[in-house]
Write a protein that binds this ligand. Structure first.
Ligand code: F0G
Length: 448
């Protein structure tokens, strides 16, 4: 059931098809290079792109911009304590800032970090410490048709194999990313979180939860995990997060804010160490790279994120988009995850050769056809990994309406209908860091 009405609006428009063609070419067939004003429905990311509530805007006006001892930090700290159950909070400018603070404190050269699936910035931060990021997804994660309820889970079995190979003393960090963004936004069960925690204890590692989408994850748990069907989203969130020694959080997701993030922990020594690194890279520990007003808005957002009406509305919209795409015959990853629908580009374009980025071709066609912007999360974004060619359509929180969803579905259906007319893409120029290639590389069509 719809839980909101609009109170502020932003004008959008659809450029002509000719203009969209020109924009694509000028962007080097990389939609990160488009002007946002040229995008009609922007599903590039759910990160920092959502709509704030009136309560958040009210809190923002009262933001305390003091360098030290800001009351907005106190509000953020209280929200993290109440909603997530963690006493110590180190703010950061966004999730990757928090990753730098936490992983820079916990990891050294030659270490191995285990994660159900590293998100791209997480992978890059682990590598930046000279450590090796190793993914431990469950087998079902990469099967777009499996109807397992928790395809985002951390595979303890796989993790044990890695530890047997490299030695427990070289694995100081075990991470569970909830929901598992790089595995189609699939949820992680509480039972699996407990098992990952026990495994981390066994090898004497710090157990971290990447909590970006903790509320969406908790909502799936109340739907799918028998023990929790009568529990509230707020209670599940606290229980699940409670297994971690530390959280790394991007407030741009389930903080319902446009900026910000933090590390939270129960470990006083880890807190003190993180604070020192935060001062170096982020800011004084009562602002950490955020404006006071952004901390104030996030403090309210964190509390709203676990409200039943909010999270039901959120999950339902993503599910609705997935169901409508399926009804239109567009192959998608199922079940749909928390924040996005992932399209199966290989199934849509069987004639585009694997080396010619079928996912990126799909991203370009969605823009060409309907001014819709998604993001490729296949062989273009993750070079040298064996991953399905997925395109993510991420829904900003509380932002788009049913008409927008219908436009996206009509656009994808039209792309599918004209599927035989497309050609592949090849890279024309790319940056030095392969983990970050998809943000700035430029491409060109392969002549047919
Ligand atoms: N961890 C996960 C699981 C994420 O999805 C993200 C960001 C981050 C960490 C980093 O947070 O952007 O605040 O620095 N994901 C965005 C996305 C960018 O589009 O999925 P950040």
């Amino acid at each position: 059931m719809v839980a909101y009405k609009s109170k502020m609006v932003e004008r959008i428009s659809l450029p002509s098809r000719e203009q969209r063609e020109r924009n694509l070419e000028a962007a080097g067939y990389n939609v990160f290079n488009l002007d946002a004003a040229d995008v009609f429905v922007d599903l590039l990311t759910d990160s920092g792109t959502g709509t704030m509530s009136d309560a958040q805007w009210a809190a923002l006006i009262r933001g305390d911009e003091a360098y030290a001892g800001s009351s907005s930090f106190d509000r953020l700290e209280s929200a993290v304590q109440d909603v997530m159950g963690f006493p110590y909070v180190v703010p950061a400018h966004q999730g990757r800032g928090a990753e730098n603070v936490l992983y820079g404190t916990l990891l050294s050269e030659g270490d191995v970090a285990l994660n159900n699936t590293h998100f791209d910035t997480t992978r890059a931060h682990v590598a930046n410490q000279g450590a090796e990021p190793v993914d431990c997804p469950v087998d079902a994660a990469h099967d777009p048709d499996s109807d397992e309820p928790f395809k985002g889970n951390f595979s303890v079995e796989r993790a044990r194999e890695v530890v047997d190979e490299v030695g427990a003393e070289n694995v100081p960090v075990v991470v569970s990313t909830i929901t598992n963004n790089s595995a189609a936004g699939q949820p992680v069960s509480v039972e699996n979180t407990r098992a990952a925690r026990e495994f981390a204890d066994e090898i004497d590692a710090t157990f971290v939860i990447d909590a970006c989408r903790f509320a969406e994850n908790a909502s799936f748990v109340t739907e799918r995990e028998a023990t929790f069907t009568n529990a509230s989203v707020a209670d599940v969130a606290r229980e699940q997060l409670g297994y971690a020694d530390a959280l790394v959080m991007s407030g741009k997701k389930d903080g319902l804010a446009n900026a910000g993030g933090f590390v939270a922990t129960t470990d006083r020594d880890l807190y003190e160490a993180c604070k020192q690194r935060a001062i170096l890279y982020e800011g004084f520990p009562t602002y950490g790279g955020m404006a006071g007003r952004d901390m104030a808005a996030m403090a309210v957002g964190l509390r709203e994120a676990v409200e039943e009406a909010y999270v039901a509305d959120r999950i339902d919209q993503v599910r609705e988009l997935g169901a409508a795409l399926e009804a239109a015959g567009v192959p998608i990853y199922t079940p749909t995850g928390g924040h996005a629908v992932y399209l199966d580009a290989e199934a849509i374009f069987p004639t585009v050769p694997a080396g010619q980025f079928p996912g990126q071709v799909l991203v370009c066609e969605l823009y060409r056809e309907g001014g819709v912007r998604g993001v490729e999360l296949g062989s273009f974004a993750f070079p040298n990994t064996d991953r399905p060619e997925l395109v993510r359509l991420a829904l900003p929180r509380r932002t788009y309406h049913r008409e927008h969803i219908e436009h996206v579905v009509d656009t994808a259906a039209a792309v599918l209908e004209n599927r035989t007319e497309v050609t592949g893409l090849r890279i024309e120029s790319e940056p030095e860091i392969p983990e970050l290639r998809h943000f700035t590389a430029e491409l060109e069509p392969v002549p047919s």
